[in-house]
Write a protein that binds this ligand. Structure first.
Ligand code: PMP
Length: 292
């Protein structure tokens, strides 16, 4: 099915304090965020009209912008209120919500500090088919050999900044061109970090092992899964993981707002139980929490 392009859809988008008809939510071609990547965003899932972990996501949006050196002209409370209005107005029962913020058109100088910050809040109901299909069969991963995760002093890795995603897009496209669903990225020391837009867990014995998030986004879903594991009495070990560790695991999965918990079927020629009982247990608890 060909999706309708995002600029041709119907509904309402909140842009800089105004609720605009969807197709009128436009920005100028000479915008700092477009030219220099001074742009940050969020991805939030809506369950039964409720945006899951909304406060954490909006706080991360504000912090991401601050990391890049700009402030949002709206408070957490204002953004929360407007998010709920957009969800209601667009009748998003279950779907995806996308806030973003960027430096505007007041300057084309690289420093960008005289540009005003803009904010948008948009959302849409999502079709679940592809995600459920992947969940049933488990994703097939490879390890990227072409690109590595930048060192922590080479990238604003705690920010959900558009610039960080350039590499993610290239790695993802290389992986899918080779017949995989996604790729894990290694760091400069050859240790496993995360997939292109999701955090990574191994199931070893009855424990979860997950890479230390010191050079990639410590995802909200990752943190939620760790909390759930603790309440279920499942031990979680955060440590540096190497490709050798992949062979010792019975199961593996990815976490992220959009994909929730996604089982891994294989990583190159290593295969896993994609319906591992620990995974299934965590999945059920996550679903319950998200829909509560
Ligand atoms: N890492 C990257 C690079 C991501 O894009 C995402 C998705 N936001 C994640 C991890 C998972 O983060 P979260 O659970 O907060 O969605």
């Amino acid at each position: 099915m060909i999706q309708k392009p995002f600029d041709q859809r119907e509904g309402y988008i909140w842009l800089d304090g105004q609720m605009l008809p969807w197709q009128d939510a436009k920005i100028h071609t000479l915008t700092h965020g477009l030219h220099y990547g001074s742009s940050v965003f969020e991805g939030i899932r809506v369950y039964n009209y409720k945006p899951f972990k909304l406060k954490q996501h909006l706080q991360r949006l504000i912090l991401s912008a601050q990391t890049l050196g700009f402030s949002l002209p709206y408070s957490l409370e204002e953004l929360t209120k407007s998010t709920l209005e957009v969800i209601k107005l667009n009748d998003i029962k279950n779907g995806y919500f996308r806030p973003a913020a960027w430096r505007g058109s007041e300057t084309m100088l690289i420093c960008g500090s005289t540009a005003d910050a803009s904010v948008l809040l948009a959302g849409w109901p999502e079709f679940e088919n592809k995600r459920l299909e992947l969940r049933n069969r488990g994703v097939r991963l490879t390890i990227s050999t072409k690109w590595r995760k930048p060192d922590p002093d080479a990238s604003p890795y705690t920010a959900k900044a558009a610039s960080v995603y350039t590499l993610c897009t290239m790695v993802k496209n290389d992986a899918t061109a080779s017949g995989y669903d996604d790729a894990l990225m290694l760091d400069s020391k050859g240790r496993i970090t995360e997939a292109t837009t999701a955090n990574f867990f191994l199931i070893i014995g009855d424990e979860l092992h997950t890479p230390t998030p010191d050079r990639f986004l410590n995802g909200i879903t990752r943190q939620t899964v760790i909390e759930i594991a603790h309440t279920l009495g499942i031990k979680v070990i955060e440590k540096y993981l190497t490709p050798e560790d992949l062979k010792t695991a019975a199961g593996a999965f990815l976490t992220g707002t959009a994909i929730e918990l996604m089982p891994v079927k294989s990583i190159d020629d290593i295969t896993y139980d994609h319906q591992h009982p620990i995974f299934t247990k965590l999945c059920a608890a996550y679903e319950k929490l998200a829909n509560s």
